[in-house]
Design a protein around this ligand. Structure first.
Ligand code: GLN
Length: 539
């Protein structure tokens, strides 16, 4: 087998420049040329994984099939490449140190001093190459989180420097993403911050091969020449990345700038075919040309930060394009909804989604919203906590169990309709111990869920600790709340649906995590169609 090539993507000047999108866009182009590509994210923070981070800190926590709690950039990788990622695709400083410290306690380094160099850097290098050793990929793209100059990024940069020597220069390529700010007063684009940031990289022994410049204005030929001259790269290796309205346009921008060509020539791989992006372009066209519009309310407690619900929002874009129904999203803080104002806040909506979440804050607003959706026959889609709240609302208002609740919010409530499972009760550590990753689910024929998927056996990803309490199942089913998806090996309820309602579906899993550009999620599509139906009746 030919040697695997490694591409590293670093960031300079500021954070939030979109390394994840650039990495995913490059990967898409290389994939469209016929290469087998994967992307990995190295995160410099000390948490073992982002699972214990508040979404306000780091946005949504993305979950892989094999149950890793990861950075939200992995969601972009999957959505762009239409291929699953795994545990190996996200490595944090926390994980690296955990491994080294466990080795040390086991006695692996007896007699030796354990140090950042070589022990930490060797472990980083090992992790970077794990994906390459699977024989599944021709190219591994590694995105380095953080910004060059951060203290905590240093071991990662040193590892990249060493890997370039270990593997050979033609085997690797370093892309540095920077910002070219525009000074309105001077009417000029400024290259100095980029020069400084490249110098900083060079001080760490890394000479970038390609500079991708985030900019609000087009780069003139003079600016490109200046960057090439001062940053030691070829003129054609200065790539412009102008702001575009949708992240999904970035692969086409990078194609226009020939990023894929420059990369392939650097790592000495043939161009193969011209990238086949017909499906991608078709999606982009549909993203702009809808036949109808619907109003969707996303109710959650982190709505001020859209990154907290990244995958849900993207899943709506994918389903909106495939169904040609434009979802106009309104983000509503669950804490702002009460019995008194629920009508005023939700009456204009064609579809209501209650988002995943943890803890008590905003829970009553979620329950009020679900009651409103149930009683007014507004399409309802509940995800994870959104499904659990639907069960609580039904128990309180239809099954007439006023104190029914989840033991997550009220541990001592009498009617524990959502409860912690036996195997979760003795768990003391919070990190990585939820029900995580892909589980089988069997759908009931004739249900809305079955109609959406068009099959009975499905697999979806989970991230939660609490479950529907089956003691209440037969009572609730007789009163109209049906379990239409069951885990075949444990009997746990994974999907609930309301009878005599056009679309009222609660799912214990996270369907949004499996929605991609090329494979939009059927539940999101079905929800949008139900919302469109209501919208047509209203108008
Ligand atoms: N807090 C709930 C649980 O742990 C739901 C989690 C979620 O919505 N992802 O079960």
């Amino acid at each position: 087998m030919d040697k695997v090539k490694y591409i590293f993507v670093t960031g300079g000047v500021t954070s939030s420049l979109g390394k994840g999108i650039i990495s995913a866009s490059l990967a898409k182009l290389l994939q469209a040329r016929g290469y087998r590509v994967t992307i990995q994210k190295l995160d410099p923070y000390l948490n073992i994984d982002p699972g214990t981070l508040n979404p306000y800190e780091h946005g949504e926590c993305y979950v892989t099939d094999d149950g890793a709690e990861t950075d939200l950039d992995l969601g972009h990788y999957e959505r762009f490449l239409n291929a699953p990622t795994s545990q190996s695709n996200n490595v944090t400083t926390g994980k690296i140190y955990q491994t080294i410290l466990e080795n040390e306690r086991r006695g692996d380094y007896l007699g030796k001093t354990v140090q950042v160099i070589p022990h930490i850097t060797n472990e980083i290098k090992r992790r970077v190459q794990l994906l390459g050793e699977t024989d599944e990929y021709d190219i591994v793209i590694t995105e380095l989180g953080g910004t060059v100059g951060d203290i905590e990024s240093l071991p990662f940069l040193e590892s990249v420097r060493q890997l370039r020597w270990d593997l050979g220069v033609d085997q690797t390529c370093v892309i540095h993403l920077t910002l070219i700010p525009y000074l309105a007063a001077a009417g000029e684009l400024k290259t100095k911050p980029t020069q400084h940031s490249v110098k900083e990289l060079q001080e760490n022994g890394i000479l970038p091969d390609i500079i991708v410049c985030r900019t609000e204005h087009k780069l003139t030929s003079d600016i490109r020449k200046k960057i090439a001259l001062f940053c030691n790269v070829n003129f054609n290796a200065v790539i412009e990345s102008c702001d575009v309205p949708s992240i999904y346009q970035v692969p086409l921008e990078m194609l226009r700038e020939k990023l894929d060509r420059v990369v392939l020539s650097k790592i000495k791989l043939p161009l193969r075919q011209e990238p086949d992006l017909s499906k991608w372009k078709d999606f982009l066209f549909r993203l702009e040309h809808h036949k109808s519009e619907v109003q969707i309310g996303l109710i959650g407690k982190y709505v001020e930060l859209p990154d907290a619900y990244k995958s849900i929002v993207e899943a709506f874009h994918h389903a909106g394009a495939s169904t040609e129904i434009k979802p106009n999203m309104t983000y509503i803080s669950s804490g702002s909804i009460s019995e008194e104002n629920v009508r005023e806040k939700l009456i204009k909506l064609d579809g209501i989604l209650v988002a995943p979440g943890f803890g008590e804050r905003g829970i009553n607003g979620k329950i009020e919203s679900i009651k409103f959706a149930r009683e007014h026959k507004i399409p309802y889609f509940g995800i994870c906590l959104g499904m659990q709240c639907a069960v609580i609302e039904f128990a309180q208002n239809v099954a007439k169990l006023p104190d029914a609740h989840s033991t997550e919010m009220f541990p001592n409530t009498h009617h524990k309709v959502i409860d912690i499972m036996e195997d979760q009760k003795d768990i003391e550590h919070m990190g990585g111990t939820m029900r995580l990753g892909s589980y089988d689910c069997k759908l009931v024929k004739g249900s809305n869920a079955f109609k959406a998927y068009g099959k009975t056996n499905i697999q979806e990803r989970h991230r939660h600790r609490f479950e529907f309490n089956n003691e209440y199942l037969s009572d609730f089913e007789s009163k109209g709340l049906k379990a239409t998806g069951i885990n075949p090996s444990t009997g746990l309820v994974e999907v609930v649906e309301m009878e005599k309602h056009p679309f009222f579906v609660g799912v214990q899993f996270h369907p949004e995590l499996k929605s991609t550009v090329e494979t939009p999620h059927p539940l999101f599509e079905k929800f949008l169609k139900a919302a469109e139906h209501l919208n047509q009746i209203k108008n």
